[in-house]
Design a binder for this molecule. Structure first.
Ligand code: SF4
Ligand code: SF4
Length: 330
């Protein structure tokens, strides 16, 4: 069954970057320490910021991110705190190196998912993007986590470098015992904005491969989620920042409502100590309310190369909110 997952209007989603340090140097890394800080947040600060969002919503989900979040020596305590605060779901996104014996410090019930990033079916393709040795370490990490009965998901960021291997991912995912696959589109942020713009896929490249590959992998019993990306002119466009509660938190206290804004100091919220306060305008909130025929305003500002116009100057399609997903579950 395929469905479009609209933004949940009843839950709060917290994407919590607890540090920006990482052992890898992926070519498409979106982390931007100049904008996001280089601090490793202390456990008391992590706990108090988790509390701030738990109070905002009776249904809150948290994803712990970095950098590489397992490099934080107190990640396990942060995860347990989130559980204690009643977060509905807790996910750790990892590159698979699983530092600080994290699998020994957590029980499978402490986190709902460990989500591993792998960008190729083959060692050659993945390591060309994510660095030598990263394929083997990620596969070993997944096997270890599955053996210890953690629920696992896989994140595959599609670009011109690896799209040819996406349709072949199914057997590997099944063999590893992974339950969910998240296909991501490469974002023109962080490092990609400087050097890797050519990796972004056109509408034709995306539509000719991704939906069919997702359906094939879902047929193997894996739940597959991928961003909608392109909307026809008849389809309704909605900006998640207008209608749902998503928060992208960084170690320097910046809190964004939209991931595409993260390269710029236009965050709408900021932690000062334990207090979450609104920032002065002009900020990202002033952009979300603009209606343009191209759909997403931030896309038009930072990655307009993915738009095509007809002879009358009208866009041939709209770009969907990056948070709008298709989900296939058989
Ligand atoms: S994409 Fe993730 S794993 Fe790769 S360098 Fe950036 S933070 Fe590290
Ligand atoms: S990606 Fe575009 S549509 Fe989605 S929240 Fe950001 S500005 Fe709004």
């Amino acid at each position: 069954m395929k469905k479009t997952v609209s933004f949940s209007k009843n839950s709060t989603n917290v994407f919590f970057h607890i540090l920006t340090a990482c052992n890898l140097k992926c070519r498409h890394c979106y982390i931007n320490p100049k904008q996001h800080g280089k601090e490793i947040l202390s456990l008391p600060i992590i706990e108090s910021w988790l509390e701030a969002f738990a109070e905002k919503s009776s249904t809150a989900n948290v994803v712990f991110l970095g950098g590489e979040p397992t490099m934080h020596p107190e990640l396990s305590q942060a995860v347990k705190k989130a559980r204690h605060l009643g977060y509905e779901s807790i996910t750790i996104d990892t590159n698979g190196y699983l530092f600080n014996n994290i699998l020994e410090k957590l029980n499978p019930d402490d986190a709902d998912y460990l989500s591993f990033s792998l960008d190729g079916k083959t060692r050659q393709t993945n390591d060309a993007i994510r660095g030598n040795g990263s394929y083997d370490r990620c596969i070993a990490g997944i096997r270890d986590a599955v053996k210890k009965k953690f629920n696992t998901s896989l994140i595959f960021t599609v670009s011109r470098e690896n799209i040819h291997e996406l349709p072949e991912m199914g057997p590997l995912i099944s063999d590893l015992g992974i339950e969910r696959l998240f296909i991501q589109v490469i974002g023109i942020r962080g490092k990609s904005a400087d050097t890797e713009r050519r990796l972004q896929l056109s509408q034709k490249e995306w539509l000719s491969v991704v939906p069919a590959a997702a359906a094939d992998i879902a047929n193997l019993g894996v739940t597959v989620t991928y961003p909608k990306v392109f909307l026809s002119s008849e389809e309704k466009f909605e900006c998640a920042a207008r209608v749902s509660e998503n928060y992208f938190i960084f170690p320097n206290g910046r809190v964004y409502r939209c991931p595409l804004c993260e390269d710029y100091p236009i965050h709408g919220l900021q932690f000062e100590g334990n207090r979450l306060i609104s920032t002065e305008r002009i900020n990202e909130n002033d952009l979300f309310c603009l209606d343009i025929p191209e759909g997403c305003v931030m896309n038009k500002l930072i990655q307009p190369d993915n738009l095509i116009y007809d002879d009358y100057g009208m866009p041939e399609y709209k770009i969907a909110c990056c948070l709008l997903k298709e989900e296939i579950h058989n």
